[in-house]
Ligand binder design. Structure first.
Ligand code: UDP
Length: 360
């Protein structure tokens, strides 16, 4: 059995690592293709080291570009690799351009496609990720979902039930494996940043960072929150470009950092009083860790983090953001539970299904 994995960006590396590890063994040949969608060391290399990912067999080196250019480049560069390597499965992860591009190439080459983290829907087609989810799930032959809402979304879209497998959350597999190691780094981080009580911020969705007035008012709101609470803000490269381009002043108490490696970021999440984010994966990780999460979006493709977990959608209401932070600091944070099958074993379930005779 030959399985070819396609990864392209930070959250993909975190999701693919446990699947590649669970499939390892004499019966399986694995090929890892990095599309190069994320290419700077802080967004790519550090994850390969920390997660113990094998070096990619192929790097398509597509780099940045508009959505159409990037998707087309990945397709163009991936097709010959696929035709030459002839795997039994192409496995794609999450909802980035690399995911949809590789699924399209696989489906047209008649190589079965497996989608890890299938079925998530925000219902918001202004999000490029939502388009990638819809396309990928229509094309995939096996759809591995993290939670029951994923199954329901796929059934509603006409995907046959026998293709849908609820396996749990592979991002949580990585968290469960590496949390003890991450926690060992906490005393160093605490000393380095002089941390007592603090909040952790990440922002990179176009709806928050692409509109200069919106970004400016968000940073001002963070500045107001920063009067009462230290804020650490590891800045995504696309957000850094937007901050530079619009010349917004970042208020003093907000500490801008380079993107953090996985282990340090996990340790910082674990100890944070509150996480303020628009990330998909971080909504899930905070739910698992039981850390209050305020999401600066009007919708989420991960509704279990709200219905069961510690996540709260504050939309674009910055006064609400401030008042929810105040509530959390006053000890009135919403509680939460960990969703079923977010137990560190999702990748093992995926491997068992892919390696079962019926899947071949
Ligand atoms: N993350 C990280 N360093 C950072 C910020 C995030 O390692 O400075 C991790 C985070 O713990 C999670 C993943 O990156 O596992 C989330 O990726 P991102 O927010 O870029 O993508 P999304 O989940 O929104 O697709």
């Amino acid at each position: 059995m030959h399985i070819l994995h396609v990864v392209g960006a930070r959250p993909n590396f975190i999701k693919a690592a446990p699947v590649i590890a669970a499939l390892a063994g004499p019966a399986v040949r694995q090929t890892l293709v990095h599309t190069g969608q994320h290419f700077d060391p802080g967004m790519s290399e550090v994850f390969f080291q920390e997660l113990g990912l094998p070096q990619p067999d192929v790097n398509l080196e597509v780099g940045a570009g508009s959505h159409a250019v990037q998707t087309a480049e990945i397709m163009q560069r991936f097709e010959p690799v696929l035709l030459e390597r002839k795997p039994d499965w192409v496995t794609v992860y999450g909802d980035i351009n690399s995911t949809a591009a590789a699924a399209l190439v696989g489906a047209k080459a008649q190589v079965p496609v497996a989608h890890v983290e299938a079925g998530l829907r925000s219902g918001d087609r202004s999000m490029p990720e939502e388009i990638n989810r819809l396309v990928t799930d229509q094309l995939a032959d096996l759809l591995f979902t993290p939670s029951p809402d994923g199954d329901a979304n796929l059934r509603r879209e006409g995907i046959p039930a026998d293709r849908i497998k609820q396996v749990g959350n592979v991002m949580i597999d990585t968290l469960v494996r590496l949390l003890p190691q991450a926690e060992q780094g906490w005393p160093r981080l605490q000393a380095e940043f002089g941390l007592a009580r603090y909040g952790l911020v990440t922002l990179h969705r176009p709806s928050n960072v692409d509109d200069p007035p919106r970004l400016a008012s968000l940073l001002e709101a963070l500045g107001r929150i920063g009067r009462d609470l230290d804020l650490l803000f590891p800045v995504h490269p696309r957000t850094r470009r937007q901050i530079a381009a619009c010349g917004v002043k970042v208020p003093r108490p907000v500490r801008l950092l380079a993107p953090q490696g996985y282990l340090d970021f996990l340790a910082l999440q674990r100890q944070a009083a509150v996480v303020i984010t628009d990330s998909g994966g971080i909504q899930e990780e905070t739910t698992f860790l039981g850390v209050p999460c305020l999401t600066l979006r009007t919708n989420t493709e991960r509704p279990v983090t709200v219905t069961l977990g510690t996540n709260l959608l504050v939309g674009h209401d910055l006064e609400r953001l401030q008042s929810e932070v105040a509530r959390i600091l006053a000890g009135q944070a919403k509680g939460g539970q960990i969703p079923a099958l977010w137990d560190g074993h999702a990748a093992e379930r995926i491997a068992a299904i892919l390696l079962a005779p019926a899947a071949a």
